[in-house]
Design a protein around this ligand. Structure first.
Ligand SMILES: *Cc1c(COP(=O)(O)O)cnc(C)c1O
Length: 408
């Protein structure tokens, strides 16, 4: 099955009454016909549902589709992308363990890793995953390496294959946040990533109507019981050990479950991911090339432009385009604000992956708690604007930016 056909037909069950969409099981608990049957479900000896915090049929349908999308073994859907990252990371760690993360990752993830310090889990940051940086940073306490396919707003592209080989060389698992790229551009598991995380609030949902996240396990990483004692009781489950550990402990006990209604809304967005991404990537490329020619724009950053330092990796790694996010520099903060305020279509807010084009001044908003050095390490400057391309016609977006630059 090709990508768009798979989005509609892969891992889809038949539903009662011939429904063509997954029914919304808006029920907190599920009755069983005998006490014995309920006992079996509680002991994972029979399939079935008992309580929506632990599992729900609508959510399970979404998880199955996400497993297909990312080419993994099993998925766990969560209430948000952040809940997914917390569970994915904490699910394998013990106090005293260390994380290595790429410095360009989502601000919320950096904040979360800071929160983990009070539980005895430390994080070291490296600008790029390479031989040298790992050699300097890996310690006997390192337990995982965390990176994003496309960093945001630096728009650096991870060489997943190379990173996976290096990280595996140290016997560690590679966790990849694939939110900004999505499986439309690349399936990190096919290139060696062990666990993939998506904030499905963004491109998967597609129209910004619900917050959600998903952890997808490849089942390929073999956890050493000495180094990962939390996994020890689950190793008998083979490739499902990590998912079982999540489901039986942290995921259920932190109450990180996704609401059935939100799983349904994500399933609607899921079906059109391919055509939306195709359109978004085309428009982003058109706009990036147009921005390049405008005297008002001092710099454009987009992995689809040959001058991007990450263009070669992106070209090798991505199948159908270069994503929907680009940044421009306008010279001064004042100019940047003028452009934002004059735009008719682009909405000023902190989000990505909507049907509508979105724009934000990162330095004064999502990076306002970071120092100037931290901002610049993340590719954030006083005059930088981040644009998340939507489904509008490219000509209309170009006209709008032209008037916002004062060209008419
Ligand atoms: C938005 C985002 C998150 C957090 O997801 P939420 O659904 O908002 O909790 C994590 N990683 C990336 C790359 C994101 O863009």
């Amino acid at each position: 099955m090709n990508f768009n056909t798979g989005l509609l037909h892969a891992n889809v069950d038949d539903y009662d009454s011939g429904a063509t969409l997954v029914p919304i099981y808006q029920s907190s608990a599920f009755e069983q016909d005998s006490a014995e049957r309920l006992e079996k479900i509680f002991h994972n000896q029979a399939p079935g549902f008992s309580y929506t915090r632990i599992g729900n049929p609508t959510v399970a349908a979404f998880e199955k589709r996400m497993t297909w999308l990312e080419g993994g073994r099993a998925s766990v859907a969560t209430a948000s992308g952040m809940a997914a990252i917390f569970n994915a990371v904490a699910g394998m760690l013990t106090a005293g363990d260390e994380i290595i993360a790429s410095s360009g990752i989502y601000g919320g993830s950096i904040d979360l890793f800071q929160d983990l310090e009070s539980f005895g889990i430390r994080t070291s940051y490296i600008e790029e995953i390479n031989e040298e940086s790992l050699k300097k940073t890996v310690t006997p306490g390192t337990r995982l390496v965390f990176a994003e396919t496309i960093g945001n707003p630096r728009l650096d592209v991870l060489d997943i294959k190379k990173a996976a080989e290096l990280v595996h060389g140290y016997g560690l698992p590679l966790l990849v946040d694939n939110t900004a790229a999505t499986a439309y551009l690349v399936r990190p598991i096919e290139l060696g990533a062990d666990i993939v995380i998506n904030s499905t609030s963004k491109y998967i949902n597609g129209s910004s109507n619900s917050i959600s996240g998903v952890i997808t396990d490849s089942g390929n990483y073999r956890f050493d019981p000495e180094k990962y004692p939390a996994l020890k009781p689950y190793l008998k489950m083979g490739p499902f050990a990590y998912t079982a550990r999540l489901r039986e402990t942290l995921f259920r006990n932190t109450g990180a479950c996704l609401a059935p209604m939100n799983a349904y809304l994500n399933l609607l967005g899921f079906e059109t991911l391919g055509i939306r991404m195709e359109r978004i990537c085309q428009t982003a490329q058109t706009l990036a090339e147009w921005f390049e020619k405008q005297p008002e724009v001092l710099a454009v950053n987009y992995p689809g432009l040959p001058q991007s330092p990450w263009h070669n990796i992106a070209e090798k790694e991505f199948s159908h385009g270069y994503g929907g996010i680009l940044t421009i520099r306008s010279g001064t903060k004042k100019r940047a604000y003028e452009v934002v305020d004059r735009l008719k279509y682009a909405k000023t807010l902190s989000n990505i992956g909507d049907t509508k084009t979105l724009i934000i001044h990162p330095a004064s908003t999502i990076f306002c708690h970071n120092s100037k050095e931290e901002q610049e390490a993340a590719g954030v400057y006083e005059d930088l604007l981040r644009i998340s391309i939507g489904l509008e016609d490219a000509e209309d977006l170009i006209k709008d930016f032209a008037q916002a630059f004062g060209q008419e």
